[in-house]
Design a protein around this ligand. Structure first.
Ligand code: PMP
Length: 343
């Protein structure tokens, strides 16, 4: 018989898939690590499980306990899956910017979700960090994972994502590119890859409105870099402990519009239905294509599935309201199509 004892051991060992049409202008071989094959449909299952296992080992999480986390959804899904198998309760704080699909999914798997305002300072008592911190003090036998500063996050990628990529590329990878939020994915995976071959370039994707790129380049925290943006999961207004800036060779900013349009192209041209930040990662790669050659092997590590964004980037009205779809072009397309069918 060939079976898993429970769903948790299906986390990781995700496939690598070559991209074609969307990278036609890129001289290198471009492979995508399709993390949507994890049971929670995102890469965050890896670090969620690791944060719980490490907390159990330290005695910070005991039977019947409550897991608390501030999460935009994906970490929450990984924690909720882990909690369901291991018998913990979950309370998540999230921001009102996140998609309703993400919150509904978390509630469906048994978590309590508390929605907090997006545009407040992180030390404001209403912020999703502050609410999570307060709850962890008020609720007995509770454990706040704190994915931003909990180094089990990047360690999960050092132990699993990095070695998988090295194996799957036979050690031939030359560039890894991925979105950066807490920094766990890029720092853990990047460190493992650079330890195998210091020549591997690690490129991170940031957003306009995030403080990360400027901090990477100047080591100065510039508040002027911070303003609201639409892309979900990447960019920060704080410097999380999980980001190891020395591992990152370059951070590239991608606009909300370019990320959204590229996610739609990935679905329609490659048949890979992914989230917003996956579009940003690939759009960033196209921005950097002149730095690549035919000998390069690029691995794009994506974060989550597109089902969580059907009401957003995959919805034409939502896209048009934000000026992300070229209305003039659409009218021309429709006229062209009508002319075609008249023959
Ligand atoms: N994309 C999405 C959709 C995410 O949920 C996250 C996690 N915040 C990221 C990218 C960034 O990953 P990391 O936190 O490991 O930097």
């Amino acid at each position: 018989m060939d079976y898993h004892q429970n769903i948790l051991s299906t986390i990781g060992n995700t496939p690598m898939v070559q991209l074609h049409k969307v990278v036609a202008e890129v001289p290198a071989l471009v492979l995508m690590k399709v993390e949507t094959f994890n049971p929670g449909h995102s890469i965050k299952d890896r670090m969620a499980l690791k944060m719980v296992l490490d907390a159990e080992a330290r005695g910070d999480l005991r039977p019947g306990g409550t897991i608390i986390e501030c999460t935009s959804g994906n970490t929450g899904m990984g924690l909720a899956i882990t909690a369901a198998v291991k018998g913990y309760k979950c309370i998540f704080t999230t921001t009102d910017k996140q998609s309703k699909e993400k919150m509904d999914l978390l509630r469906a798997i048994g978590a309590e979700v508390i929605v907090c305002p997006t545009n407040v300072e992180s030390d404001d008592p209403r912020s999703y960090y502050s609410v999570a911190s307060r709850l962890s003090k008020e609720i007995p036998n509770s454990y706040w994972c704190n994915q931003y500063d909990n180094l089990s996050n990047r360690q999960a990628h050092y132990e699993s994502t990095g070695p998988e990529i090295w194996r799957q590329t036979d050690g031939k990878i030359t560039h890894m590119i991925t979105g950066v939020g807490t920094g766990g994915t890029i720092s853990g995976t990047g460190r493992y890859l650079k330890e195998q071959n210091p020549e591997v370039k690690i490129w991170g994707i940031d957003t306009y409105g995030s403080v990360l790129k400027k901090f990477h380049e100047t080591r100065q925290f510039d508040e002027k870099e911070i303003y609201p943006y639409i892309t979900e999961g990447i960019g920060e207004d704080i410097i999380p402990k999980n980001i190891d800036f020395d591992i990152i060779d370059h951070l590239e900013k991608v606009s909300d519009k370019d990320g959204a349009l590229m996610a739609r192209r990935l679905a329609r041209e490659e048949g890979i239905m992914l989230g917003y930040s996956a579009g940003s990662a690939l759009a960033g790669l196209l921005q950097l294509k002149d730095q690549l050659t035919a000998d390069d092997i690029v691995v794009v590590v994506i974060h989550d599935h597109g089902s969580r964004y059907v009401g957003k980037i995959y919805n034409d009205d939502w896209m048009r309201e934000r000026g992300f779809l070229d209305t003039e072009l659409r009218v021309k397309d429709i006229i062209a199509r009508k002319q075609d069918t008249s023959f």
